[in-house]
Design a protein around this ligand. Structure first.
Ligand code: XIL
Length: 302
């Protein structure tokens, strides 16, 4: 294939990007996005603060803009994200206990119902585990509602949209030997054994020199897939430039292609200048929309 989406489709996979609604009027941006990608994630527009700015008053305008842009062009959408400790609306940030649990479940139900039948996969819960060596859950207001908050969110999402794949999504879960990776693996294994509805695990894959692409990535993806879930690279970006960056991108693609249930790869933005990273050049297109060496390595590896 001559584009990322066409090349990925040769092995039955997708290639996606995150899009910002505010940038869709930039024709360089939207032309690249339309040409190269067939899976779209809203970079911010479907998050809790965007979709429920006041309690029980939902606003889908920006999320719908992304969804309609994608579906009218024949693309699929990953929903991101139903429950997360970050980017909560102000009214939720200081809530605790039963009222927060109920507000979270209502949010999951309402948003998943609004988008019912239109979402390929939802990141139902995002970033619920601690960094470092503890393997513990992250201490958040949602976690303090009870350790079962994650499975409660998954059950609510399944009830609202039975057709959507339901994913757990996190970062620093790429290296198989890290405690956080093991902790998420144990949760997914437990969910599968008890019949909690989970279909996929998302690996954000934000890499930099302090957090390089691990050489055992195929092991991590393969071990999760062996639990009976799909795995997806959901927010890929790699700081750096030139051959080093391109080789790391190639390593990610090769790791995904080596695992039958790795169903697709999404990069977290189009051009370097669109990246959430404050500095650096972590994406596949430069600020002028030109293909970088990393793009060529990815296309060749697909
Ligand atoms: C980031 C967006 O890219 C930024 O625009 C926003 O200011 C903060 O969030 N993990 C996630 C994503 O799951 O939602 C985050 O996106 C990046 C880290």
């Amino acid at each position: 294939g001559s584009t990322l989406q066409a090349a990925a489709a040769e092995s039955g996979r997708y290639f996606g990007t995150a899009l910002a609604a505010s940038r869709l009027s930039d024709s360089t941006y939207s032309t690249i996005a339309n040409r190269e990608f067939n899976m779209i994630t809203a970079e911010n527009e479907m998050k809790m603060d965007a979709t429920e700015p006041s309690q029980n008053q939902f606003n889908y305008s920006q999320g719908d803009t992304i969804l309609n842009w994608a579906t009218s062009r024949g693309k699929q959408v990953r929903g991101h994200a139903l429950a997360w400790h970050s980017q909560q609306p102000g009214w939720m940030q200081n809530m605790e206990g039963t009222s927060l649990r109920n507000a979270m479940l209502n949010h999951v139900t309402q948003v998943a119902t609004h988008y019912k039948g239109k979402i390929y996969a939802w990141d139902v819960v995002n970033e619920a585990f601690e960094d470092g060596s503890s393997g513990a859950r992250r201490n958040s207001n949602l976690q303090r509602t009870g350790n079962d908050w994650i499975e409660a969110a998954f059950r609510a999402a399944r009830a609202a949209d039975p057709a959507a794949k339901l994913c757990y999504n996190d970062y620093n879960t790429d290296n198989w030997s890290h405690a956080k990776t093991q902790a998420v693996y144990n949760m997914v294994r437990d969910f599968k054994s008890r019949g909690v509805p989970i279909d996929c695990v998302g690996f954000q894959a934000h890499f930099n020199s302090g957090n390089p692409v691990p050489s055992n990535y195929h092991t991590t993806l393969g071990n999760f897939a062996a639990l009976g879930v799909d795995v997806q690279i959901t927010e890929l970006d790699i700081e750096g430039s030139g051959t080093s960056q391109a080789e790391q991108y190639r390593g990610i693609v090769q790791a995904c292609l080596s695992v039958a249930r790795c169903t697709g790869i999404t990069v977290w933005g189009v051009r370097d200048t669109d990246s959430w990273r404050a500095s650096g050049t972590p994406l596949l297109f430069d600020g002028n929309g030109n293909k970088k060496l990393a793009y060529n390595y990815v296309l060749d590896a697909l």
